[in-house]
Design a protein around this ligand. Structure first.
Ligand SMILES: Cc1ncc(C[n+]2csc(CCOP(=O)(O)OP(=O)(O)O)c2C)c(N)n1
Ligand SMILES: [Mg+2]
Length: 354
């Protein structure tokens, strides 16, 4: 790109990236307000200090709304990636406030929802298992010769599960075009990473699976964008599964109910100095890519968009009790793009796919 100013991105794009960072932070700040007002049904899992990992990674993928783009499996701390893939702010707030209008109709109260056309699928709760699911989805991309990659986020603690290892090995052996983002935020609830693994960087595990890996400063949105762009290029070119480790710190407790009193406050203070929004804003101004007023406007717009979306969500009805029994069991099977072979049952004709 001839008018690129950094990392192959042009001026409008580097400013756009800042807007997405603002949106991730503003959405979570609005959630905290909603919780204080009594609107949030479950807990809130902040990604404070981790926003650049989710945003930079998703920005490097092909996001389309017609079911032909790349595919994301987000975690609760990767809401920035979810927004980039087209998960709407309204749906985000509807989920947390368990509205009857939410994608899960009030059954679930954070980012556990999916949209196959936009290309994202929220996590099932047992940690590690989405790696197996995404290995299957991306295997179908390879078998069909589709030019698509998948991306799955998981924290450092999730790497201690059997599903994580099994899924990663399968993805590696099957050369699935899958990028594993390791959110190395140094804590898994109250367990520090050194009690979860003997290695100091998760990239040390990659040779054991025979996959490519990079470790990157997860507070630097452009560095993340570059690392994931490289990983996606390798995966698209037939290089198989890739790992990208995001190095950063969980600056809040596991969730709002966790006072984080097992973490040294001085360490948290050190990481506050590496705030991804502050760092990136300073760089945009220093390099002359954006004026302070322009960036202030990005923040204000993000706050206003979140305020409006939250207002819509809380004005909507709670779930209608009897609906709880709907959408639980079905005898109609909908083939999905990754369904390998499917023989329709003549007794049970299939509806057309939406
Ligand atoms: C198999 C399994 N064990 C335990 C849990 C409960 N649990 C949910 S999140 C979490 C901590 C995860 O830590 P990490 O993977 O580092 O992600 P982070 O919260 O730091 O983003 C735990 C223990 C679970 N969901 N699944
Ligand atoms: Mg963690």
């Amino acid at each position: 790109m001839s008018d690129a100013v950094a990392s192959g991105l042009d001026r409008a794009q580097v400013v756009d990236l800042y807007g997405w960072l603002c949106l991730a932070r503003a959405a979570e700040e609005r959630l905290e307000l909603l919780q204080k007002q009594g609107h949030v049904s479950g807990s809130i899992y902040r990604s404070l200090g981790q926003e650049a990992g989710a945003v930079g990674a998703a920005y490097a993928l092909r996001r389309r709304a017609d079911g032909t783009g790349d595919f994301l499996a987000q975690t609760v701390r990767a809401c920035g990636a979810l927004f980039l893939f087209g998960g709407s702010l309204e749906d985000f707030f509807r989920q947390y406030t368990a509205r009857g209008t939410s994608p899960t109709k009030g059954r679930e109260a954070n980012v556990h929802w999916e949209d196959y056309e936009k290309g994202f699928v929220g996590p099932v709760s047992p940690l590690g298992t989405m790696l197996e699911v995404m290995a299957g989805i991306t295997l179908s991309f390879r078998l069909r010769g589709e030019d698509r990659v998948g991306m799955v986020f998981y924290g450092d603690g999730a790497s201690s599960t059997g599903a994580w290892h099994e899924g990663l090995n399968f993805a590696a052996v099957q050369r699935c075009p899958l990028i594993l983002m390791v959110e190395h935020n140094q804590w898994a609830f109250s367990t520090p990473t050194h009690k979860n693994t003997r290695v100091s960087s998760f990239t040390e595990k990659a040779p054991g699976y025979g996959i490519g890996a990079e470790s990157v400063d997860g507070t630097d949105v452009l560095a993340v964008y570059e690392a994931v762009s490289r990983a996606a290029e390798r995966a698209r070119a037939g290089g198989g599964a890739q790992m990208v480790e995001l190095r950063y710190f969980r600056r809040r407790g596991h969730a709002q109910h966790d006072p984080q009193d097992y973490v040294d406050p001085a360490v948290i203070a050190e990481w506050e100095k590496k705030d991804p929004l502050d760092q990136y804003r300073a760089r945009l101004i220093r390099e002359g890519w954006a004026a302070p007023g322009e960036l202030d406007r990005s923040w204000d717009e993000a706050v206003e968009a979140c305020r409006r979306a939250a207002e819509v969500a809380v004005s909507e009805p709670a779930p209608h009790g009897p609906d709880a029994v709907h959408d639980v069991y079905t005898d109609v099977i909908l083939p999905r793009p990754w369904t390998r072979a499917f023989t329709p049952d003549p007794r049970n004709p299939l509806p057309d796919l939406p």
